[in-house]
Write a protein that binds this ligand. Structure first.
Ligand SMILES: Cc1cc2nc3c(=O)[nH]c(=O)nc-3n(C[C@H](O)[C@H](O)[C@H](O)COP(=O)(O)OP(=O)(O)OC[C@H]3O[C@@H](n4cnc5c(N)ncnc54)[C@H](O)[C@@H]3O)c2cc1C
Length: 387
C-alpha cells in the first residue's frame, strides 16, 4: 500500500548516515544495511578534523572550497558534535616559511579567512608549541566527535522513518529480468540467516569497500583503499588544531580530542581495507612529527595507535596526489547496470554535500521532485539514535 519509492543504502559510515537523513527528508523509504555497527568502518577511526579547507587550499582548491562551505554548514546543523576551536598553521623551518606565499594566495582564492601571527602571538595562544616556530596563521578549523556525528545523522534519519539494520553484511547483488539491480542478499551476523531485500534503487556508501560491492556485479572498481595511521597521547597539550605549514604530508596535523591529542596521518595503499598493518616505523614517524610541533609530546604517555582506510578516488597517480573530492557513480551510465549507484571518496567534513549530490541523482532516477533540505535542518541529539 506504500507508494513512496524505496532505496537500500549499503554502509552506515558518515556517508551512508548523511544519505539516509537526506533521502528520508525527501520522502523516500530508506533501509540502511551495515555489516558492523554505525561508524564501524573508516568513519569511527578518523582523525576528527573539521577541515576549514586550508590544508588543501594550495594543492586541491576544489576540495578546499567544499571543506570551508561544508564545515560552516556542519557547525550549524551538528553543533553538538563539534568543538569549533580554530586551528593554526605553523612554520618550523625556512622551507615551511617559503610556503607562506602560496598558502596566503590559496586561502584568498578559496575564501578561507586566515590571519598571520608572530611567533610570540602563536605561543601566547598555544604555550606548548615548539618555541622555535617562525610564523603561524589562524584558520577556522574545528574538531568533531566521529561517533556522535554519525549517530546524529542516523538519529535524525530514524525519526523520519529510515530503518538501520546493523550487523547485516551484504553478500550479493541481483538483477531482475530487465537487468536492473534491485535486490540484494544480506547475512545477519547475529542470527546467521540470509535475507533478501528489494528496492527501487541500491546505493553503495561503503567507502574503501566500494570496489568490493561493485565487483559483485562486475561494475567498475572505483576507489583505492589508502590507509593512514594515527597516534593518540594521554594529555590535551593543545586546544587548537595544529597544522604544519607545508603541502599535505605525513604527520602534518595534531589535533585535540577530548583529554588527548592525536597526530596523523600516514598514507599508503593496500588491497584489502580489512587488513591494515601498523608498523613501528610509521608509529615512530608520527611521534617525530608530533614532537616537532609540540616538544612536550616526548614526555607524554602514548594512549594508542589506530588506523583506517581512505576511500580515495582513482584519478591517475597514487597516494596523496589523488583527489580528496568525492564521486557519485551512476552504474547505469558507466557499466550498463541500472539500479545501482556508488558514492565514495570525499571526507567526513564533506559528507552532507556528498549525500545531497547522491540523493539528487537518486531522485532524478526515481522521477521524484523533492529538494534537498539538509542545510537547514538541525540534527537530533546523537543519544536519540538508541532511544
Ligand atoms: C586516517 C584517516 C584520517 C582521516 N581524517 C579525517 C579528518 O580528520 N577529517 C575529515 O573530514 N575526514 C577525514 N578522513 C576521511 C573520512 O574519515 C572518510 O572520508 C569517511 O569516514 C568515509 O566515510 P564513509 O561513510 O564513506 O566510509 P566508511 O565509514 O568506511 O563506511 C562504509 C561502511 O560500509 C560498511 N560495509 C562495507 N562492506 C559492507 C558490506 N558488504 N555490507 C554492509 N556494510 C558494508 C563498512 O562496515 C563501513 O561501516 C580520514 C580518513 C582516514 C583514513
Amino acid at each position: 500500500m506504500n507508494s513512496r519509492p524505496s532505496i537500500l543504502i549499503i554502509g552506515a559510515g558518515f556517508t551512508g548516515c548523511a544519505l539516509a537523513h537526506d533521502l528520508s527528508l525527501r520522502g523516500v523509504n530508506v533501509t540502511v544495511l551495515e555489516r558492523g555497527e554505525i561508524a564501524s568502518g573508516t568513519s569511527g577511526r578518523t582523525h576528527g578534523l573539521l577541515h576549514s579547507g586550508a590544508r588543501y587550499c594550495v594543492t586541491d582548491p576544489e576540495a578546499a572550497i567544499e571543506c570551508i562551505t561544508e564545515s560552516r554548514i556542519l557547525s550549524q546543523i551538528a553543533a553538538q558534535c563539534i568543538e569549533y576551536n580554530g586551528g593554526l598553521f605553523v612554520a618550523l623551518n625556512d622551507q615551511d616559511l617559503a610556503y607562506s606565499a602560496a598558502f596566503e594566495q590559496g586561502a584568498q582564492a578559496t575564501g578561507i579567512p586566515i590571519e598571520r601571527l608572530s611567533p610570540q602571538q602563536a605561543l601566547q595562544r598555544e604555550p606548548n608549541l615548539n618555541p622555535n616556530l617562525l610564523a603561524a596563521y589562524t584558520v577556522p578549523d574545528g574538531t568533531f566527535d566521529p561517533l556522535r556525528l554519525a549517530l546524529a545523522f542516523a538519529a535524525t534519519a530514524r525519526q523520519n522513518g529510515a530503518v538501520f539494520l546493523t550487523h547485516h553484511e551484504v553478500q550479493a547483488l541481483h538483477a531482475d529480468g530487465q537487468g536492473r539491480i534491485t535486490k540484494l542478499t544480506a547475512w545477519n551476523r547475529h542470527t546467521g540467516q540470509q535475507q533478501t531485500f528489494t528496492a527501487d534503487l541500491i546505493i553503495s556508501a561503503t567507502g574503501a569497500w566500494a570496489g568490493q560491492i561493485a565487483a559483485m556485479v562486475g561494475a567498475s572498481t572505483v576507489v583505492k583503499p589508502t590507509p593512514g595511521i594515527m597516534v593518540a597521547y594521554n594529555q590535551r597539550l593543545v586546544h587548537h588544531a595544529i597544522n604544519r605549514l607545508c603541502p599535505p604530508d605525513d604527520g602534518d596535523i595534531l589535533i585535540p580530542q577530548r583529554r588527548m591529542v592525536v597526530i596523523g596521518t600516514t598514507s599508503f595503499e593496500v588491497e584489502n581495507p580489512d587488513y591494515i598493518p601498523i608498523t613501528a616505523e610509521q608509529t615512530e614517524q608520527m611521534q617525530r612529527a608530533a614532537e616537532a610541533l609540540v616538544p612536550a609530546i616526548a614526555n607524554t604517555q602514548r594512549r594508542g595507535v589506530y588506523m583506517s582506510a581512505r576511500p580515495l578516488i582513482v584519478s591517475g597517480s597514487s597516494g596523496r596526489s589523488l583527489s580528496r573530492t568525492f564521486k557519485c557513480y551512476d552504474h547505469e551510465a558507466l557499466d550498463g547496470l541500472p539500479g545501482l549507484i556508488t558514492i565514495t571518496g570525499g571526507k567526513a567534513t564533506t559528507c552532507r554535500i556528498m549525500a545531497e549530490k547522491t540523493a539528487d541523482l537518486a531522485c532524478q532516477k526515481l522521477g521524484l521532485s523533492a529538494p534537498c533540505r539538509t542545510k537547514d535542518v538541525p540534527l537530533r541529539s546523537y543519544r536519540l539514535y538508541y532511544s
